[in-house]
Design a binder for this molecule. Structure first.
Ligand SMILES: [Zn+2]
Length: 187
């Protein structure tokens, strides 16, 4: 199983897109999250896998198009309640293989697909998949519903204030407390 996975990884890193296109190939497999070294430091847990498939085809103007799907569930830390939560990603995108020579000639760059550079006859699709996962991450990781944060022990401001007041009532009276009253109370 492990060797199967590493085979898929090395296959993604080193693809001859034109040959795959001519043969009308599709590839699919699992990528271990821990092997994605730019993504994994941003996650709360690096266990698990991303499932990906790539279909190679030629479009009407004979470009080599790669249709990619990625599906995974990443563990992020909510920045509001600091609990970990699952963030699901299910994306499809298309890239077009371009030669080094095309990169310098903007006219021949596809404007309807993201380009993927062919170097010495090969593309690194793993890098592109990792880029896409990075782009899919939220700007600030947070439970979508604040109720989920409350469930994890997060207190909204007014709740926290109520708790604080309760605590204060139980605490011995501090003679200096009056002096420390927050300015807000004077409103
Ligand atoms: Zn939360």
């Amino acid at each position: 199983m492990v060797s199967e996975r590493s085979t898929f990884l090395s296959q993604l890193r080193h693809i001859d897109p034109y040959r795959m296109m001519r043969e009308g190939r599709e590839i699919a497999g699992a990528i271990s999250i821990a092997s994605l070294t730019r993504l994994s430091p941003l996650l709360a847990e690096t266990e698990g896998e991303a499932f990906s498939e790539a279909i190679f085809s030629r479009d009407e103007i004979k470009r080599c198009i790669i249709s990619v799907k990625i599906k995974t569930s990443l563990v992020l830390t909510c920045q509001r309640c600091l609990a970990n939560y699952r963030f699901d990603i299910d994306r499809s995108f298309q890239v077009s293989a371009v030669e080094d020579t095309d990169i310098h000639d903007e006219e021949s760059l596809p404007d309807d697909y993201e380009p993927i550079l062919v170097e010495n006859g090969f593309i690194n699709l793993l890098d592109t998949i990792e880029d896409e996962l990075l782009l899919s991450l939220p700007l600030v990781a947070m439970h979508e519903d604040i109720a989920d944060c409350v469930e994890q022990g997060y207190r909204t401001k007014s709740e926290a204030l109520d708790l604080q007041l309760e605590k204060d009532e139980q605490a011995p009276v501090n003679p200096f407390r009056v002096l420390k009253k927050p300015v807000d109370d004077e409103k």
